[in-house]
Design a protein around this ligand. Structure first.
Ligand SMILES: Nc1ncnc2c1ncn2[C@@H]1O[C@H](COP(=O)(O)OP(=O)(O)OP(=O)(O)O)[C@@H](O)[C@H]1O
Ligand SMILES: [Mg+2]
Length: 322
């Protein structure tokens, strides 16, 4: 099945629907197919680390033989990014201008979107550096709104970068020497650095827009709000040339759940199951049951992974019979 042969997976969806749990299970499942897998958590809440009882602290950590894990913290990344920019400028800017330039950078860092930009920068580095070291990279993302901004950023970023490059060129032509140490070189080092970053983003963008390489999976529950929000998010991504073709429908009431209350819940859920079929005709749906308890231990996760495997086999049969 093509779903299992991608290089990059983004798992998104509304808050609390089961993104972290599904990402962990999906990554474990891929690694059980003898693939070398990297699970990346970009979620500030970091349930994934808790699940594996790990704190990756921003470093690559091994979970199993074929499964590594890394957590990205947007606040930490933002700080790292700013420090890097400051470092890049060290020695390039006249000593008398350093304070002013740093003030400008701090100001830029507090503008909306700066944290996402830093997060995206790190995410891009992970893709570029690790895509050759792993068969698959699975990104567990933060709730919908945030994720969409992140995923559409490469395009926004392209526009933004072009603007920066253009402005930089004009500055160069005018008063480049007022800002710079009067070195020998005739090219503007900041312009060069921006160019490098521009190339990095555009190569990542190629990965993210190539449906042979990257798969976007949305997790949702059979409830009104997750359905509405997922549809909105998918339409938004479509406008950015990203097609979501796979849904994980999680926390479904198991067939064998009994009692009057459960019967009523099941009847209610049936309405939303139909709604999901109607609202997402283009997507394949992997159905996942609700377990009796939270998925908080490795034993629970293994059980959930078995259900995920079954769900994946079911859609394979569906697709094959088409
Ligand atoms: N199929 C399931 N059966 C039982 N509990 C589940 C199931 N899927 C997820 N859970 C539980 O639901 C809660 C939310 O799951 P999870 O953390 O994976 O969601 P999330 O979408 O990553 O949330 P957030 O938006 O906060 O990142 C957790 O307590 C998890 O153990
Ligand atoms: Mg999560």
């Amino acid at each position: 099945m093509d779903l299992l042969h991608k290089k990059i997976y983004f798992i998104g969806g509304k808050g609390g629907v089961g993104k972290s749990t599904s990402s962990a299970a999906f990554a474990s499942y891929l690694s059980s197919l003898h693939k070398k897998v990297l699970l990346v958590s970009t979620d500030p809440a970091h349930n994934t680390g808790d699940l594996f009882h790990l704190n990756s602290n921003g470093e690559l950590t091994s979970i199993y033989k074929n499964l590594d894990f890394i957590e990205i913290d947007s606040e930490r990344e933002s700080k790292r990014y700013i420090d890097e920019v400051k470092n890049n400028l060290r020695g390039l800017v006249k000593a008398t201008m350093v304070e002013e330039v740093h003030r400008q950078i701090e100001l830029a860092a507090s503008t909306p979107g700066a944290e996402e930009a830093a997060l995206f920068d790190r995410l891009s580095s992970i893709i570029i550096e690790e895509v050759k070291n792993y068969d698959a990279i699975v990104f567990d993302t933060a709730p919908t709104g945030h994720t969409i901004r992140l995923l559409t950023l490469p395009q926004l970023m392209g526009v933004w970068m072009d603007g920066m490059l253009e402005r930089r060129k004009q500055v160069n032509e005018k008063n480049f020497h007022r800002w710079m140490d009067d070195g020998e070189s005739r090219t503007d080092p900041i312009y060069e650095k921006l160019q490098v970053r521009r190339r990095k983003f555009s190569s990542v963008r190629k990965y993210l827009l190539d449906s042979n390489l990257t798969e976007y999976i949305f997790v949702l529950n059979a409830e009104r709000l997750p359905i509405l929000e997922t549809r909105k998010a998918m339409d938004m991504l479509k406008r950015h040339e990203i097609n979501v073709k796979t849904l994980f429908v999680n926390k479904l009431i198991p067939e064998d759940a009994d009692g009057m209350f459960m019967e009523k819940r099941k009847a209610n859920e049936q309405i939303y199951r139909k709604e999901i079929e109607r609202v997402f005709p283009e997507a394949r749906k992997v159905m996942l049951p609700m377990l009796e308890s939270d998925i908080a231990t490795l034993a629970h996760l293994r059980r959930f992974t078995t259900y995920l495997q079954e769900g994946l086999e079911n859609i394979k049969n569906q697709i094959d019979s088409h």
